[in-house]
Design a protein around this ligand. Structure first.
Ligand code: AMP
Ligand code: TRP
Length: 341
């Protein structure tokens, strides 16, 4: 057992983060990740952060980054993350992330880093690659290992990052003695995957979807309804859950199901013998009913940035306590001389 067992047995610690790469999360982030984060707060000691250092791997205007960092944190809270129970913080407020990231870089082989699929994909797409992009996974490993996280709730797309995190933790422990907790991924069973409204075989994504294929959480309700009404379906006019054969209709049923808390089969049954127009109208109603209070909470939070910054400062205080303890163990384990004062 690692010396570090700060997570209490009753409520193991979990950690997850999102990059502040847009002003508005989309329905996929919300139903696929955020709703899940909110639910986990009851059973886990949760740490949720805005990965602003990771966002620097892509060139972003400084003003825009600041705005998006606040907006992303506000969306966690508006979506139901409770900052009095869970630590909500900003990655760069804990400089030790970069320090532990450096230690992780020094444990990673050059070829190992270059083989990560996300790096290879981005390079293949012609994105000019900084060394920051190459070492993105090592910084992510540091984020996770800093908090002795037992589980890391992420989507399937992050699985490889979790695997390298486990490898690095084990490598560290083998080389320097048991110091870091090896985390388990927590790829939630049945987590909703929301598809592009116009191209329902591709997942809804900020970068890949057209404006009509996407539902931004901060969008005007009438635009949202319009996008749902023009969602691509199929020609056989039968409401049935069949993701392979009927991806568009199935996506609408999933959206309804997650938001209304009704099993997808029951939603489908309720529309038996009715047309796609009815289904789209009701899905639009359900989405807008959920997003209206979300948008109201967002405007309250964004109207008072000083309060939001205080929430982030409180979260950073909680995070710093854990980070400080981890870094003392790490520095000692690797042989960095403690400062006398
Ligand atoms: P991203 O914006 O791609 O960095 O994703 C942030 C979080 O949202 C990650 O946990 C993703 O797995 C999740 N996510 C992104 N797009 C979708 C989607 N279309 N359906 C479900 N989850 C998603
Ligand atoms: N790479 C993650 C994403 O793009 C964001 C992230 C950064 C993260 N550090 C993390 C997620 C640590 C979980 C844990 O979605």
């Amino acid at each position: 057992m690692p010396a570090a067992s700060t997570a209490d047995a009753a409520r193991p610690r979990i950690l997850s983060g999102m990059q502040p790469t847009s002003d508005s999360l989309h329905l996929g982030n919300y139903l696929g990740a955020l709703v899940n984060w909110v639910g986990l707060q009851d059973d886990f000691d949760a740490y949720y952060f805005v990965a602003d250092l990771h966002a620097l791997t892509v060139p972003t205007d400084p003003q825009v980054l600041r705005r998006r960092t606040r907006a992303t944190a506000a969306q966690f809270i508006a979506g139901g993350v409770d900052p009095t129970r869970s630590a909500v913080f900003c990655q760069s407020h804990i400089p030790a992330h970069a320090e532990l990231g450096w230690v992780m870089n020094c444990l990673t082989g050059d070829g190992e880093a270059r083989r990560m699929t996300q790096f290879k994909d981005k390079v293949a797409k012609g994105q000019s690659a900084s060394v920051g992009l190459l070492t993105y996974p090592m910084l992510m490993a540091a984020d996770i290992l800093m908090y002795d996280a037992a589980y890391v709730p992420v989507g399937e797309d992050q699985r490889q990052h979790l695997e390298i995190t486990r490898d690095l933790a084990e490598r560290f422990n083998t080389r320097f003695g048991e110091t870091l907790v090896v985390p388990d991924p927590y790829i939630v069973k049945g987590a909703a995957k929301i598809m592009d409204l116009q191209e329902p075989t591709a997942k809804m994504s900020k970068t890949g979807s057209s404006p009509k294929g996407l539902i931004d959480l901060m969008e005007d309700p009438s635009r949202i309804a319009k996008n749902i009404r023009s969602a691509v379906t199929d020609t056989d006019a039968e409401v049935r859950y069949d993701p392979e054969g009927k991806p568009g209709v199935s996506n609408l049923l999933v959206i309804h199901s997650v938001l209304s808390g009704t099993p997808v089969a029951d939603v489908a049954d309720a529309f038996a013998g009715r047309g796609y127009g009815d289904l789209k109208q009701e899905v639009a109603d359900v989405v807008i009913e959920a997003l209206t209070p979300f948008q109201q909470r967002m405007s309250t939070l964004l109207d008072d940035p000083a309060e939001l910054d205080r929430i982030l400062a409180d979260g950073a205080d909680r995070a710093a306590e854990v980070a400080h303890a981890t870094m003392s163990r790490v520095r000692d384990a690797v042989g960095l001389l403690p400062a006398a004062r």
